[in-house]
Design a protein around this ligand. Structure first.
Ligand code: HEC
Ligand code: HEC
Ligand code: HEC
Length: 117
């Protein structure tokens, strides 16, 4: 048996394990895990993107208003498709408040818990 042939089972196992891991890695999240969002005079907002991908599941809950691109939020505001604070009020706070009301695990609802200033 040649050396090349003896690698075959190893390659098969590698591909097999890789395929088994694919769905696991696929749910690990897309885009940056964590980011800092522009918050005007109130200061930056630390945002855990991958945590939200896990708790919200449907990407379009947020991305219906801005594309899945870095800088999209500010770019969409700039061309007037989004108003200032629109995502904050209609997406972030709307969900956090509804979950709070329902007694479920939720995120911050007051300015300073999100903004740094
Ligand atoms: C709770 C809101 C929210 C949810 C849910 C969400 N995203 Fe995002 N996503 C954002 C924000 C905010 C940005 C940053 C946009 C910017 O930089 O202006 C972003 C940016 C991105 C980017 C651009 C790259 C980057 O890291 O900035 C990608 C790709 C992306 N999201 C993919 C997804 C996918 C895929 C899902 C669903 C599995 C998802 N997002 C769910 C809020 C969300
Ligand atoms: C759940 C987190 C969260 C809370 C709570 C929150 N904000 Fe924000 N805020 C954001 C995010 C995200 C943005 C950027 C997206 C947008 O403008 O909609 C933002 C944007 C802003 C901006 C900048 C808008 C611009 O484009 O110039 C200001 C100013 C602001 N928030 C003030 C406040 C004040 C004041 C409060 C309390 C009454 C508050 N925020 C509560 C997340 C939050
Ligand atoms: C559809 C519901 C939903 C939307 C939309 C949403 N959140 Fe949240 N958020 C949650 C839930 C649920 C938690 C608590 C998750 C946990 O701790 O397990 C949370 C937690 C947080 C936290 C505290 C945990 C941490 O990351 O340190 C912050 C900050 C936060 N959200 C910011 C935001 C911002 C900013 C937006 C808008 C860009 C947003 N959220 C949009 C549901 C939502």
């Amino acid at each position: 048996m040649s050396k090349k042939m003896s690698l075959k089972p190893f390659i098969c196992i590698t591909i097999g394990v890789g395929m088994l891991l694919l769905p696991v890695l696929g749910t690990a999240g897309e885009g940056r895990a964590k980011m800092s969002l522009y918050g005007g005079k109130s200061g930056e907002v630390d945002f855990n993107h991958h945590l939200h991908q896990a708790v919200v599941e449907d990407c379009s809950v947020c991305h219906k208003d801005f594309p899945q691109e870095k800088g999209a939020l500010e770019a969409t505001k700039k061309i007037g498709q989004l108003k200032k604070k629109q995502v904050m009020n209609d997406t972030c706070l709307k969900c956090h408040r509804a979950k709070k009301k329902a007694g479920e695990k939720t995120g911050p609802v007051s300015c300073k818990q999100c903004h740094k200033k």
